[in-house]
Design a protein around this ligand. Structure first.
Ligand SMILES: [Zn+2]
Length: 317
């Protein structure tokens, strides 16, 4: 049985089984985590040739594009420009937004196809995991980690390594972590779409993410921690329903049929360039407004869909 990734204590089955994996509650700190092996977690998350990864990569939506643009702008206003690292940068979409705003951009991703995007958006790529500690300590003004912590067998070590590469006074922004305390989970109506083991191994709440960061204080001085939730739970299902019905109505050509078996690189390039062509003027303004309304509604009472965290490293070492 997997031990608690926060405090190392044993867990107890809480009655929830997702995708045949039981969820455990830590007997010591209460953290909720999936009972899986490190091997199962690695196979699900780091096997880039497997079809599920291809599907995941092709599922980047045009809402992600708008969301990343607002994240890059928001963080630029908060911290000023400098050197940014995106951990798990994937297809480089978020870094492309920072690049436009004048940041010196670095990405970290172990997949081979990330090299293509590093060239395309002109950022420096580290191909090792952050835990390998190959990046010089105190190198970055800002590190961003989106939709990552929930995947990791050992989130504690991961977070420690990220804070290590920040300059004194540097900022870490974490987002996209599913909230196990969202209103839909609390009401028992969540179907945990895109949020199941073995890809997801940890089920954070604002409180447990705060506890995880507090553990970092043994190793690093932190002066500011802010945690929000955002997004209306299950709202992406509405978007998916519209998208799928639009696709069904569209006459599918032979080229479209072929696109379903493209490699991740080809498919993603196609998707992103389509969004950029489509996103202009009025349509973009309305879509951005809806993305922002959805974001702020999910901030109420810490019951939103995802958790967002900002940490600032102390300028005194
Ligand atoms: Zn624990």
């Amino acid at each position: 049985m997997r031990l608690c990734p926060q405090c190392g204590s044993a867990g107890k089955n809480n009655g929830t089984i997702l995708n045949e994996y039981p969820l455990l509650n830590c007997r010591q700190c209460g953290f909720v985590f999936a009972d899986l092996s490190q091997e199962q977690s690695i196979n699900a998350n780091f096997n880039y040739s497997c079809p599920s990864m291809t599907v995941y990569e092709q599922s980047q939506t045009y809402l992600d594009d708008l969301w990343f643009e607002s994240v890059a702008k928001k963080l630029s206003l908060r911290t000023g420009k400098g050197r940014v690292l995106d951990i798990g940068c994937g297809n480089g979409l978020l870094l492309s937004k920072f690049k436009k705003l004048g940041w010196d951009c670095y990405g970290l991703d172990v997949s081979d196809w990330s090299e293509y995007y590093a060239k395309k958006y002109d950022f420096t790529l580290f191909k090792n995991e952050i835990e390998a500690n190959e990046i010089p300590a105190g190198f970055f003004d800002l590190a961003v980690s989106t939709s990552t912590l929930e995947h990791l067998f050992d989130p504690k070590e991961h977070l420690m390594s990220i804070i290590n590469v920040l300059k004194p006074g540097g900022t870490l922004y974490i987002a996209g972590v599913p909230n196990f305390n969202s209103v839909s989970v609390r009401l028992g109506v969540s179907k945990f779409h895109y949020n199941k083991p073995p890809a997801h191994a940890n089920y954070f709440t604002p409180e447990s993410i705060y506890n995880l960061i507090k553990r970092m204080k043994k190793f690093h001085k932190l002066k500011y921690i802010k945690i929000n939730t955002y997004g209306v739970p299950e709202s992406f299902l509405v978007y998916d329903t519209f998208k799928n019905s639009w696709r069904k109505n569209k006459k599918s050509s032979i080229a479209d049929k072929k696109s379903k078996i493209y490699t991740p690189i080809a498919a993603n390039t196609k998707i992103i360039s389509n969004y950029n062509n489509r996103l202009f003027g009025f349509v973009k303004a309305i879509s951005s407004l809806l993305v922002n309304i959805n974001y702020f509604l999910g901030r109420l009472f810490y019951l939103g869909d995802k958790i967002e965290t900002i940490i600032i490293k102390d300028s005194q070492l």
